[in-house]
Design a binder for this molecule. Sequence first.
Ligand SMILES: Nc1nc2c(c(=O)[nH]1)N[C@H]1C(S)=C(S)[C@@H](COP(=O)(O)OP(=O)(O)OC[C@H]3O[C@@H](n4cnc5c(=O)[nH]c(N)nc54)[C@H](O)[C@@H]3O)O[C@H]1N2
Ligand SMILES: Nc1nc2c(c(=O)[nH]1)N[C@H]1C(S)=C(S)[C@@H](COP(=O)(O)OP(=O)(O)OC[C@H]3O[C@@H](n4cnc5c(=O)[nH]c(N)nc54)[C@H](O)[C@@H]3O)O[C@H]1N2
Ligand code: SF4
Ligand SMILES: [Mo]
Length: 758
Amino acid sequence: MKTLDFAAEAAQSNNTAAAPVDRWVRSVCRFCGSGCGLYAGVFGAGVVSVAGDKENWNKGSLCIKGESLPFILSLPTRMQYPLFRRNDTFHRISWEEAMEIMAERFADSIKQHGANSVAFYGSGQSYTEESYVINKLFKGGLGTNTIDGNPRLCMSSAAAGYITSFGKDEPMGTYDDINHADCFFIIGSNMAECHPVLYGMIAERKAGNSSDIKVIVADPRRTATTSIADLHLSLIPGSDALILNAMANVIVKERLYNQAFITRHTVFKRLASDGRVETTGWDDYVRFLDEYTPETAAKGSGCLKEDIIKAARWFAESKAAMSLWTMGLNQRTSGTGLNNLVHNLHLLTGHIARPGATPFSLSGQPNACGGVRDAGLLSHLLPFGRSMTKEEDRRDMERFWNVPAGRIDPKPGPAALDIFRMFTGGAIKCLWVVCTNPWQSLPSLSSYKKGKGTFLVVSEAFHPTKTSEIADLVLPSALWVEKDGTFGNSDRRYQYLERAVEPIGEARPDMDVMIEFSRKLLHLIGQGDEAERLFSYKNSQEVWDEIRECSKGTVYDFSGMTRERLKQSGIQWPCPSEDHPGAPRRYTAWFAAKYGDPMVGDFDPHAMNTYFYGANNDDRRGRASIWLRPWAPPYEQPDKEYPFVLTTGRVLEHWHTGAMTLGIHELRRRAPAAYIEINPKDAARLGIRSGNRVKVSSRRGSLVIEAKVADVPRDGVVFVPMHYPDKLINTLTTDACDPISKEPEFKICAVKIEKTFS
Ligand SMILES: Nc1nc2c(c(=O)[nH]1)N[C@H]1C(S)=C(S)[C@@H](COP(=O)(O)OP(=O)(O)OC[C@H]3O[C@@H](n4cnc5c(=O)[nH]c(N)nc54)[C@H](O)[C@@H]3O)O[C@H]1N2
Ligand SMILES: Nc1nc2c(c(=O)[nH]1)N[C@H]1C(S)=C(S)[C@@H](COP(=O)(O)OP(=O)(O)OC[C@H]3O[C@@H](n4cnc5c(=O)[nH]c(N)nc54)[C@H](O)[C@@H]3O)O[C@H]1N2
Ligand code: SF4
Ligand SMILES: [Mo]
């Protein structure tokens, strides 16, 4: 079996532009959540080049990963036919055999142990149609909520933050806000490497108006993103709440807030000691902030007091402030609260719901918003904002799916890590993993195993991965433009990806496999009538039309987004009718008037006609919540034995577990191997030089890895990228989670570092 090291042999040209092309097919990049528009150049049976779509929001720009897309389709590690493990070796089998084996194993488990003994783990990289279909099988057909996805490791704190602050998930702004903001507050995000095209828009704006535009970056590392910063808050990891509350303190003390906005549009909330949510008021909030002076924040964060004050003033005094954040805030045991604290700054100053003024959470994966957050592929959600704990929402979905009343389980299912815990322990017997590689991407990896007697099915485009290599059954998946479907990108923008070429070998679109499996399984468990009724789709268009219908009447309403319209361009929801242009911004006057004129030009920022959904259902005026969220320490803090903070993340060239990018020659050449980034002062103290091999250990595991001494992390902090399967950094990370979002703290754990002499 070939391994991921084949890279050097793969014959690839970097210059795709010159390749001859038969036709150009309109598409979208399948990497990050930005969703850059592009054209795939098809020649014969293959995609040979890509070109940025000048008409789309990205105006033709692509980053190096987007430009490398043609190569992913033909890497030598592509899965071409189903593999089944017998006597500990994989054997090629037919699709018929594969589907039979799989449906029988799942059906047996359901018959013997009930529907909660089977589970699905999905992905923010699957198409919306795929996530919707499998969610319908589990929640509607089987009546179980043992279904979750990798956005739990990524966006669930952001989702919980929007819901607790505004009453509904997803950002209210749009990429175009970048062209209107004059203060950018980038916190816990390395946009230059992870959302490079959006970052490029900020850099361009800054270059054109350098003295009027302020860029603040809060990150414990001096990343590429800080190169355009006017102010870099190089904070101690885990101290964000001190800085965010201190910025609010300055805004309050210096009367930089917008009193009228606060009175009209906000309420104050906090968690009582018994865990209940309590409504409180301005005076209480001001008292709460007293603890967070710039002095105390400076001490706890390692930043200068003057810099914290400056950040607060720039933010509040700007014409329009835009916050952008990602995993530095989300992947934290206080992730939801940190999201609320960013929203607070916007609510205090009224920098919200007008051009350029917006708290904008950048989404990681291309379809974490659409397929998972919107369509509800998480164990506590039903599609489009419905909640499984509300009887009327369950009845609504049961009617819509045409299943008996009472079918949907009112109890939220296990979140991602709990699913893997239950699979390790054997309570979950059968698990299907699609479009994600958990045995590399889960935290505290050695805690999660394939339980005894369990059955693991993995749908993958590549093999082997750390997950596919331990599976019982591996199903070959069509990839990107080998299938068609819809992405919901970061700013509520749905985009359609056409099928451009036939899948490689026997690979099939995941949606086709899901439909076939659903039908087979329902027949085997005695619900054959439902197989016909629920899963008779002939193509993804029929699924999309059902999804549109399902969104109708909800706040997500995009029933007006027909496939035909999406083929022309992306559309932002809500879009409630076929002649509706879509909504670049929401929570504005027009929105309150229920889908009036969405054109931003008509919006009067001084009219204060902002309308929120109402973070608290008791508040019928639809006000947003300013949360009193105290600082809490991360799960693990450095101590004598483990004196460093390890943070993990990404580099520009690679995508997560590397399955798609490590095999691409140019990307591998530019970022060939894992390393541990260490500050020159710390390195000197430990006698470590670039190229030395060091042993890095946490309470959970250790790794020998090459040192890269660079003035990037602040002292006391080290960084390791997550991409390399031969250096599994997640054997060291902690699986402590935010109690609200259940998102793990990938960004902070305590480690020690020793020089080795190997
Ligand atoms: N090239 C590339 N781009 C990607 C991806 C990829 O794999 N590769 N993945 C996509 C996905 S799914 C995601 S989720 C996004 C992730 O995008 P980002 O969140 O921007 O990327 P990360 O590298 O995970 O972490 C961001 C930053 O958080 C900082 N950080 C660590 N601890 C703290 C802290 O305590 N406070 C603060 N303020 N900052 C901290 C780190 O130093 C790091 O620079 O990227 C998307 N884009
Ligand atoms: N230490 C550390 N760990 C982290 C993070 C971190 O910052 N630090 N970040 C977390 C975050 S934010 C995320 S989003 C996760 C991501 O973690 P994963 O989702 O596990 O990582 P990917 O490499 O994106 O996995 C996607 C897999 O799907 C396959 N694939 C691609 N297209 C298709 C398709 O169409 N169908 C099918 N069936 N398969 C396909 C790819 O080959 C790849 O193996 O990692 C998390 N883990
Ligand atoms: S910025 Fe994101 S969506 Fe755009 S080309 Fe790069 S990886 Fe693809
Ligand atoms: Mo992510």
